[in-house]
Design a protein around this ligand. Sequence first.
Ligand SMILES: [Zn+2]
Length: 293
Amino acid sequence: MPSDCITVSLELEGYLVLDKVETKEFCMVNIQKKTVTECCPRCGQHTDRIKDRRWQIVKDIRIKDKPIWLRLRKRRFRCTNGCPAFFEASTILRRYARMTNRLIHALVVEPEASFRELSRRYVLGEGAVSRAFLREARSIVAAREEEPFAVLGIDENSFRKRLRYNTVLTDLGHGRLIEVLPGKNPKTIEAWLQGFKYRGLIRFLATDLNMGFVKAVRRACPWVIHIADKFHLVALVNRHLCAVKRECHQEGMKSIRNLYWLLVAGRETLSETQKVNLEQALVAFPSSHVPMS
Ligand SMILES: [Zn+2]
C-alpha cells in the first residue's frame, strides 16, 4: 500500500472485506458475511453446511466522494433437517434489492434533492431512484399512526419518462410525509381524504395550479383555503412573459429594446421612455393580458 494512503471504514457491521478495486469513477468492494452458521428459515435449525456460493453486485452509498459498489459473496446453505437449500439472511439489503438499505435511506433523507440529482450523485437510473424512494416512503407511511395536521401539501412526481405518476401528500406544517398515492387521479385523493380520521382539522391546501387536485380537496373539505405554490405561480408568469416576448419579436417589434427586462422589472424602476415602450408592447399584443390559468 502506498505510504500516503488512508483506510476508510466501510461500516457494514457483520461483514468482512475480502478485496477491493478502485478506479477514478467508483470503488468495488468484495464482501462476505462473517457468520459461520445460518438459521434455516423453515425449521429454525442452525447449519454450517454450505451448498454453494454466488456473487451479487449491489450499489451502496458514497464514501469519500466516490460511489461504492458492493460485490457480495452470498452463501447457500443446506438444512440438516432436509429442508430446501436457502441463502444466508442479509442485514444490509432486502431480498431482490439491487441497492443497500442505507443507500435507500440516503435517497429518502437527502434534503431537497431532485430524483435527477440523486441519480447523478449515486450513479443510478432516475427510475431506480424514484422506485426506491416510493417503496421506502410507503413503508414509512405504513408504519406510522394517523396524526392531525393543518397544512396539506399535494404534489405529483413522475417516472418512466412521465408515463407513470404518483401523488405525494405532505404535512407542510411539520415537514412530514403523509401518504403516497398511486397515479394522479383526483378521485383517489378525494377518497383518501374522505377516509382520513382528522379531515376536519385540515385548514390549508398548498399545491401547484392543477385544478383537479384543488377540486378534489374542496369536495372532501370545502372549508379549505387554497394557496398556490410560489414556484409554479412564478413559472407560469414567466411562461406568459416569454410568450409575449416571442410574439413581439415575430411581429417585428425588435425595436423595443430589452423587452423581457421591461416586462419583469418593477414599474417604479422604469424611466419615462421605458414606460412608453412597455405600454406600446402591452397594447399591441393581447397575449400579455391573457388570464393565467
Ligand atoms: Zn430446515
